[in-house]
Design a protein around this ligand. Sequence first.
Ligand code: SF4
Length: 380
Amino acid sequence: MKYIDEFNDPGLARRLLDEIRATATRPWALMEVCGGQTHSIIRHGIDQLLPEQVELIHGPGCPVCVTPLEVIDKALEIASRPGVIFCSFGDMLRVPGTGRDLFRVKGEGGDVRVVYSPLDALELARRHPDREVVFFAIGFETTAPANAMAVHQARRLGLDNFSLLVSHVRVPPAVEAIMTAPACRVQGFLAAGHVCSVMGTAEYPELAERFGVPMVVTGFEPLDILEGIRRAVRQLERGEHRVENAYPRAVREEGNPAAVRMIEEVFEVTDRSWRGIGRIPASGWRLRDAFRAYDAEHRFDVTGIRTEEPAECRSGEVLQGLIKPTECAAFGTICTPRTPLGATMVSSEGACAAYYLYRRMNSPTPQAGGAAHEEAAPVA
Ligand code: SF4
């Protein structure tokens, strides 16, 4: 299949691995930013194929995982209200809030619906003028344009029964937070290709320069990831720290200017809390005042809901790359996809879910800058 088969070619993968092996002369730790990349890495065993000098650290780029518990609780409250149709992408339904999830609300009679686009929710608002339709607008720069477009369209069509529960986050401030954390071991980044396809690469050179880290824009297929690693390791070995685009079939330096304009028309930058991590300045978007009427938090008066994160879930450390999922005592014991304690265990981009799904059940042996080469064990 075009654009799939050629990026899974085993012969090319071997050649890239040989090049990485020949290039890496000492330990390097690279962070893949996106949860989609993490799943690809674990699914294809890329981390286990790398030379032991090259360690991959899983980053915070799973939108479901970083949505704060407090926002989940706001979603649960809104979805429970009579007259509301609460719309969401499917993987938010099993994310645990305080004591329940959206599936439970649906089971208790709430009108919770899975949609594939915010425009589907907009269509529901058009068809049900007597109901309040709310879309759960989470995610990184990738989902923001479509959500902005939905609000833009709602105003154009005069649909005042439509609103967004917004929890949008931005990658660059998260990179800054990771690099300034005292325990940070990251020496280079595989930047998320889909985010850069929207935003371009203009935000990254300053970060690469300030923190002295290579940032290689990387795709999601096995060869994309190996090529991103090869370029990052080559820069590190040469003492360089530049932005490189290893995903040119999807990413242009300027990104998608029309999508960025749509975001900027509807949203403005704000501080955001990240689940398990805490507040990061300027790390998200909220609706501009001109679009405040479409803000579900205000419409349903849930701004006052405050929730503490559960202490037993270490997803904040997982999302910052400080531990691997198997280092959490709850992993695979009291926390499984059927009984998740945190969103990282149920999201299709969560690192804990990837380790569970692809049978990485053993705790890795921490190595000083080296890879975790644990053997996969079958699930009991
Ligand atoms: S295994 Fe479960 S409890 Fe542990 S960090 Fe992952 S989601 Fe949280």
